[in-house]
Design a protein around this ligand. Structure first.
Ligand code: NDP
Length: 324
């Protein structure tokens, strides 16, 4: 390469590593650097204020133009401590952005019928534009999860889990709700100006909340998408062919450096608690950062944007309901 003085030079292995490392940190930092006012969640992550600032502006505009304040209702059933922290974070972020927020706590022995009756009440309340049922549900009603989530009107389904919204994402109709985590991953790629068009995107994980919608979103952006799972043969080779690699497995350090193509963009969705105060992703970050072109850290990467995208979905829901 040509150095700053115009001399021809050959890059050394150490220089290459440093260069990759700097670039590797850039994707996470493209979010991290913008943090003027960090908001900590229990994962120790910080929301990207640029997304929240954007949300604030939209909330103000809705108020000024239509005298509408977007409203979000979050239902929490039982006493799961992690869920309580997540729900509090959502409530706090709503307040920060100017979204009206209602947290509805129901006892652990709530029946499916009682929960659906509460959802239905919210479905018909005009000041509530988004409804979210915090998961996981207590064991007694966990197997009824699909029926419960399907009771939310699709227009108010800010998690994007309702089959109508899943279908809209699948056929490319843009008036549906997109699940917050993959929506955040897409925003992150776009804000870091990573080329998606024509890129080979490999997603490890095929859950309904991350892997599958991530695949659809990237496909809609003209990536060539491969979705891998626990039955995939030759996982390492497939991952190594990825220009964009998304890890959503739920296993600490599952993606190792030798599974990454040099220069690839790596998005780590995983949140794994390996000790009471230690969270790690699905990617072996310390080694992967040497190889990747850009990589998101855990904590502090994707987790940052998930709540911000919930705010955006609530605003989108208010706009869609206004248009109906
Ligand atoms: P799920 O458990 O629902 O899905 C995990 C996926 O990984 C499955 O598709 C599974 O395959 C696949 N998998 C498991 N083992 C292997 C393997 N050995 N090889 C290849 N694939 C494998 O998890 P989620 O999608 O809900 O979550 C994934 C991770 O993301 C978790 O760590 C979770 O905590 C985190 N997460 C983070 C969020 C955030 O805001 N940052 C939000 C949501 C989740 P199969 O289908 O064959 O079983």
């Amino acid at each position: 390469y040509t150095d700053a003085q115009g001399r021809q030079r050959t890059i050394t292995a150490n220089e290459a590593r440093d260069k990759n490392k700097a670039a590797g940190q850039a994707l996470g930092q493209s979010v991290v650097n913008k943090m003027a006012k960090p908001t900590l969640d229990d994962a120790g992550s910080t929301l990207d204020p640029s997304q929240l600032e954007e949300a604030k502006k939209q909330v103000l505009a809705l108020k000024e133009q239509y005298n509408i304040t977007p409203g979000l209702a979050v239902i929490i059933v039982g006493e799961n401590p992690a869920s309580k922290v997540y729900v509090n974070n959502k409530h706090r972020t709503c307040e920060e952005v100017g979204i009206y927020s209602e947290v509805i706590s129901m006892p652990a022995d709530t029946t499916k019928e009682q929960l659906i009756a509460k959802i239905d009440e919210l479905n018909y309340r005009q000041e509530i534009h988004g409804i979210l049922v915090q998961l996981p549900l207590p064991e007694a009603i966990a197997k009824e999860e699909a029926d419960i989530l399907n009771a939310i009107f699709p227009l108010k389904d800010v998690d994007g889990f309702h089959p109508v919204n899943v279908g809209k994402l699948m056929i490319g109709q843009d008036d549906g709700m997109i699940p917050c985590t993959p929506y955040g991953c897409l925003k992150m790629l776009q804000s870091a100006k990573i080329n998606i068009d024509g890129a080979h995107a490999v997603i490890v994980g095929r859950s309904n909340i991350v892997g599958k919608p991530m695949g659809q979103l990237l496909l809609a952006q003209n990536a060539t998408v491969t979705i891998c799972h626990s039955h995939t043969h030759n996982l390492k080779e497939i991952c190594r062919s990825a220009d964009i690699l998304v890890a959503a497995v739920g296993r600490p350090h599952f993606i190792t450096a030798d599974m990454i193509k040099p220069g690839a963009t790596v998005i780590d969705v995983g949140i794994n608690r390996i000790a009471p105060k230690k969270l790690v992703g699905d990617v072996d970050f310390d080694n992967a950062v040497e190889v990747a072109g850009a990589i998101t850290p855990v904590p502090g990467g994707v987790g940052l944007l998930t709540i911000a995208m919930l705010m955006q979905n609530t605003i989108n829901a208010a706009k869609l309901q206004l248009a109906k």
